[in-house]
Design a protein around this ligand. Structure first.
Ligand SMILES: Nc1ncnc2c1ncn2[C@@H]1O[C@H](COP(=O)(O)OP(=O)(O)OP(=O)(O)O)[C@@H](O)[C@H]1O
Length: 258
């Protein structure tokens, strides 16, 4: 799915990435964690082919970047990031925004084939928004808009889904509904890579975690092996207690009294 080997990125005197290795296999769902500025978005940009490493190799879905047309690879990658919502016209009906995902258009200019329209309705139903299909996008809450984008991304049947802080700005209720929708996607063999600042967003769906610090991946592997006090403290530089409840990690800053 994704094989990053010894990636470095230099900008002037600065080393933004310093020997990043990551291997994501089909069906695995990863979260990428680390402090502000540690290099998470840079890693995502290398995977989507918008940035190239100074040294190292990037293989995505069996394609070695530099030897293929990255635009072709990108067609198989779904991406949800913070700035995406702003690209859509608030007047457009929700179903059209979802349907556009089948063609990677931001707006529809032609008649939408009936089967595409039906599929858009189906995808909206899966995220619990079928009843909103005819409403203008701008009338939906932030959380509902994020779910519309999720439905839109799934229209293109991506093999890899990348989410960059999709729950940023959502209240607890909206966050949990979004995470439910994500967990409810039954897309065979699609892998996910999810960047977040909130460890409690690591729902049971996620299998693996990579922890970054200062341009390096300091720990990566099965989530329970990486989400330990020791590794999190090393990455975040604060005392942390981790507790698992219903297969989700919850964080307390500070140590329990002995
Ligand atoms: N084109 C660039 N030129 C110079 N420095 C850059 C460039 N792109 C990113 N950086 C720097 O590289 C570092 C890593 O940035 P990146 O956006 O990958 O961090 P991040 O982990 O995603 O942070 P955040 O959690 O705050 O979004 C930052 O210090 C940033 O200022």
């Amino acid at each position: 799915m994704i094989e990053l080997h010894n990636l470095t990125l230099r900008r002037g005197e600065r080393e933004i990435l310093r020997g990043v290795d990551l291997s994501v296999k089909p069906g695995e769902h990863w979260t990428l964690l680390g402090r502000n500025g540690c290099g998470k978005t840079t890693v995502l940009e290398m995977i989507t082919g918008y940035m190239f490493p100074t040294t190292g190799t990037v293989d995505v879905l069996g394609n070695r970047y530099g030897q293929v047309d990255v635009r072709e690879v990108r067609k198989k990658i779904g991406y949800i990031g913070a700035s995406l919502i702003e690209k859509f016209t608030l007047r457009d009906p929700v179903w059209e925004i979802v349907a556009g995902g089948a063609f990677a258009f931001l707006r529809m200019y032609e008649e939408v084939p009936v089967e595409v329209r039906e599929k858009a309705y189906d995808e909206l139903a899966k995220v619990g928004l079928r009843a909103f299909a005819e409403q203008p996008f701008g009338t939906l809450s932030q959380g509902e808009r994020k779910k519309v984008l999720l439905a839109r991304t799934i229209m293109a049947s991506p093999e890899l889904l990348i989410l960059d802080e999709p729950c940023a700005g959502l209240d607890l209720y909206e966050r949990e509904r979004f995470l439910d929708s994500l967990a409810g996607l039954s897309v065979n063999n699609m892998s996910m890579l999810y960047v977040t600042h909130h460890i409690e967003e690591i729902i049971p769906l996620f299998t693996h975690v990579a922890l970054m610090s200062q341009g390096r991946i300091v720990a990566s592997g099965m989530k329970r092996e990486v989400l330990t006090s020791e590794w999190l403290e090393a990455a975040y530089d604060v005392p942390i207690t981790v507790e698992w409840r219903r297969d989700r990690p919850w964080i307390q800053v500070g140590k329990e009294e002995e």
